[in-house]
Design a protein around this ligand. Structure first.
Ligand code: SF4
Ligand code: SF4
Ligand code: SF4
Length: 258
């Protein structure tokens, strides 16, 4: 039986949902509240057992759907996501921190030394045992991912609906440029400016380009991304290849090190 059948077959009760925050700015949890008009409808369909943003209670032991924001940066977080995986029929990672390692992932391979630089020998106990930042999917199997920094609230609602009721829709894997072309916006490269859309996974409809800003790659690398081809494209348009590589580190540092 697939996970969503397990969730919807509960019949007698609405699906029990928990929202967990790891290393993050909590901005994606906040974005959930921006679903505004849909929020009361969502709350009417689920039994929201735990939302870390708004409670200091402990997470309950039993739930059906777990929504995880944030990167895994401590042994304690690693244990938490493993426990969540054992208990939830559906695990959803939300936001760049959880999906790609995001901003915490920029310190990949050097978080412990950076923490030592800042705190010397007085790292607060509350920080836990620091490990290299990783996306949630590097620790456990994840059933769905809502991309970007921050998430789009309506994209979140669509993914939650799919988790609760099932769907045969699969997430896009292509790069963002095709979406961008359909929007008929001018390409930044034609102006000699860098844009990471050419290697970034299509997940947002080219939101930033539509607003006149180049893509920073917050949706993560597309599996179709051709990094060497992109570097060659940068060079041919007079865009610094070094700047391209540096810009990729903001949201894709963990993937680049694999
Ligand atoms: S993805 Fe961005 S908005 Fe969401 S928690 Fe991480 S830093 Fe904050
Ligand atoms: S590189 Fe950026 S601006 Fe150019 S087509 Fe791709 S997404 Fe659009
Ligand atoms: S355009 Fe790029 S940076 Fe902007 S939301 Fe989409 S993926 Fe993220």
């Amino acid at each position: 039986m697939c996970a969503w059948q397990m969730i919807t077959d509960t019949n007698s009760r609405p699906p029990r949902v928990v929202v967990v925050g790891l290393a993050s700015c909590f901005g994606c949890q906040l974005q959930i509240t921006n679903a505004e008009a849909h929020l009361t409808e969502i709350l009417g369909q689920i039994d929201l057992r735990y939302w870390q943003l708004v409670t200091s209670e402990d997470m309950p032991d039993e739930f059906d759907v777990a929504i995880i924001e944030g990167a895994v940066t401590t042994r304690e977080a690693e244990e938490t996501v493993r426990k969540v995986r054992e208990r939830a029929a559906h695990v959803m990672a939300i936001g760049a921190c959880a999906v790609t390692g995001g901003v915490p992932g920029m310190a990949s391979n050097e978080l412990a030394s950076r923490a030592k630089e800042v705190y010397a020998d007085s790292l607060p106990d509350a920080s836990g045992e620091i490990i290299e930042p990783r996306p949630v999917s590097d620790v456990i199997e994840v059933d769905s991912e809502v991309r970007c920094c921050p998430i789009d609230p309506y994209d979140f609602v669509a993914h939650l609906q799919r988790a609760l009721f099932g769907s045969n829709r699969v997430d896009e894997t292509r790069t963002m440029c095709a979406d961008c072309k359909r929007n008929e916006t001018e390409c930044f490269f034609s102006k000699g400016e860098l844009c990471l859309g050419l290697v970034t996974r299509a997940a947002c409809g080219a939101r930033c380009v539509n607003l006149g800003r180049p893509c920073n790659g917050c949706a993560g690398l597309s599996p179709d991304a051709n990094l060497n081809g992109a570097r060659a494209a940068c060079a041919s348009y007079g865009v610094s290849v070094a700047d391209f590589d540096k810009a990729l580190e903001m949201f894709n540092q963990v993937a680049l090190q694999k």
